[in-house]
Design a protein around this ligand. Structure first.
Ligand SMILES: O=C(O)CCC(=O)C(=O)O
Ligand SMILES: [Fe+2]
Length: 366
């Protein structure tokens, strides 16, 4: 795919003219180009009102009660809570997760710092075709596809934490180091969460670790500038994540933009200070034969506030073959997914537009 800079506001590639939403917001704050205007059925207004009563219902998991650092806590009870969160919601917020506050603050600072660079500097790291690495709009595959009101910057972190100088920004100065420190902490959190998740399924705690090989980790920073018509656009299209687990940090002072689909209604995820949002990705849904769900979610924009989210995807090595675990398949729970190679699933995921849970049809036994 050929990508070249058209002018200071946008890029033009095989899929037409793509405005950079930050530049657009600066230059023409009230203009919403038609490619961003959603069809009526996709617009965020009406169903958002329905969701208000459910605002506080997303489960909160206290990690210190799981990892033994809180002596008085009953671990079994906490594991049951975790199981319920994975089964009924596919989403929860984890508190006392052990990642130092300054690590959370630093990643936010460098992410924001990156997005605030002049466009020509960010465009030195353009989205690499066929991947979701670099700066720009990902998941765009046709000229008539609606665009998200979002700028993204994404990087593969593993294997081996090698900082590819062509992909890792040199500005802001502390960017690379901060991303690496953050990613190592998040990796530990994912490893521990997967241990507890295995335990909730009566599996040996190291089941996923042993199965995953050298787990793949990627980070995506999403920046949603304010939008004069949040009722017409979406920050991010509805999708489920392809990962095993996703860890999402919502920027301090950001608009409340993340929504998850629960019983066919969009529910807002109200940020809890210093908590991290965890969600089950497609890979765990397959491994658990659908017991734990990778739930659809989306982001909406705000008229005055911007939004920053820092998202880590944790997944098995691309080499491995996976399918539902035998322990989760029986007469009452027939096998719902075929076996496949995770690398192939990843390729399928990044070469299709975000479209609810459609990507998982790749693996579904229909
Ligand atoms: O910004 C958000 O809250 C949603 C981000 C998200 O779902 C993603 O990057 O996969
Ligand atoms: Fe997501």
């Amino acid at each position: 795919m050929r990508v070249f800079v058209l002018n200071c506001l946008s890029i033009f590639n095989a899929f037409g003219h793509i405005d950079d939403v930050q530049e657009l917001r600066k230059a023409k704050p009230t203009i919403i180009p038609h490619r961003f205007v959603r069809d009526v059925s996709e617009r965020p207004t009406t169903d958002m009102i329905l969701s208000f009563s459910l605002v506080s219902s997303i489960p909160i998991v206290d990690f210190s009660r799981l990892d033994g650092s809180n002596k008085g806590a009953c671990k079994n009870e906490m594991l049951q809570q975790l199981a319920r969160a994975c089964e009924e919601w596919g989403f929860f917020q984890v508190i006392n997760h052990g990642i130092a506050l300054n690590v959370l603050e630093s990643i936010e600072k460098v992410a924001k710092g990156f997005f605030m660079l002049p466009l020509e500097k960010k465009q030195r790291y353009p989205m690499v075709p066929g991947t979701v690495q670099g700066y720009g709009q990902a998941f765009v595959f046709s000229e008539d596809q609606k665009l998200d009101w979002c700028n993204m910057f994404a990087l593969g972190i593993t294997p081996h934490y090698i900082r590819n100088p062509k992909l890792w920004p040199k500005e802001p100065l502390e960017f690379s180091e901060t991303v690496e420190i953050y990613s190592r902490s998040v990796r530990k959190l994912c490893e521990n969460l997967l241990k507890y998740i295995a335990m909730t399924l009566d599996l040996k705690s190291t089941t996923f670790e042993e199965m995953f090989g050298e787990a793949v980790q990627a980070i995506r920073m999403n920046y949603y500038p304010p939008c004069s018509r949040p009722d017409l656009v979406l920050g991010m299209s509805p999708h489920s994540d392809g990962s095993a687990l996703t860890v999402l940090q919502q920027g301090k002072g950001s608009s409340v933009g993340l929504q998850i689909l629960k019983d066919n209604k969009w529910v807002r995820v109200q940020p809890v200070p210093n908590a991290l949002v965890i969600n089950i990705g497609d890979t765990l849904e397959v491994l658990t034969n659908g017991k734990y769900k990778s739930v659809q979610h989306r982001a909406v924009t705000h008229e005055e506030l911007d939004r920053l989210s820092i998202v880590t995807f944790y997944a098995p090595s691309y080499e491995i073959e996976l399918g539902p675990l035998a322990i989760l398949v029986d007469e009452n729970n027939p096998c719902k997914y075929r076996r496949y190679n995770h690398g192939e699933y990843n390729k399928h995921y990044v070469t299709n537009k975000l479209q609810g849970k459609k990507t998982l049809e790749f693996a579904k036994i229909l």
